[in-house]
Design a protein around this ligand. Structure first.
Ligand SMILES: [Cu+2]
Length: 171
């Protein structure tokens, strides 16, 4: 019985987070690199394409991209540019340390709503890398990023189903 407590807690947290994110207004249509992608070479530019145009305010950087390596270092980006619904920033040449990376975006779409989340990709590492808690905490906020929350929900659902089936078949 004691084992079900953290499971129930995780389920609660996941259910609590997911609907909040589901009401976000501008969503990511695509990105380079894309979520979960394993690439052999760091691209010259990081870009994220949204479902809505981004708000541009002269002299104010309200749409930001950050790139972090899972070892905790931040990779400097240059010349963040908004073109309609695309946010792009240049990666400084020579940033090619293998490992897990996170793109953290924080944007405001033309309807005035802020959207932020994390896109994870790996550079030159085998597919199926395990996302460590350390990597998850690279993001700016303490919240669990939506894709990870969804993955957790799926894992918990499967675990719950297995436990349920086991309990049922033992009767
Ligand atoms: Cu909105």
């Amino acid at each position: 019985m004691r084992k079900s407590t953290p499971l129930a807690f995780f389920l609660f947290v996941t259910l609590f987070i997911t609907p909040t994110a589901a009401f976000a207004h501008a969503s990511v249509l695509s990105s380079n690199p894309s979520e979960g992608q394993v690439i052999a070479e760091m691209p010259k530019e990081i870009s994220v394409t949204f479902s809505d145009d981004l708000l541009v305010v002269a002299d104010k950087e309200i749409n930001t991209l950050k790139l972090n390596h899972s070892d905790g270092t931040s990779v400097p980006l240059q010349n963040a540019t908004v073109t309609g619904n695309v946010l792009t920033a240049a990666v400084i040449a020579g940033e090619n340390q293998p490992g897990l990376y996170q793109i953290t975006y924080r944007v405001i779409s033309t309807d005035g709503h802020e959207v932020s989340d994390v896109i994870t990709f790996s550079l030159n590492t085998p597919q199926g890398v395990v996302v460590t808690p350390e990597a998850i905490e690279v993001g700016t906020s303490g919240a669990i990023p939506l894709p990870i929350a969804l993955a957790l929900a799926i894992v918990i659902a499967i675990a719950g189903f297995v436990l349920f089936e086991r309990r049922r078949s033992s009767k």
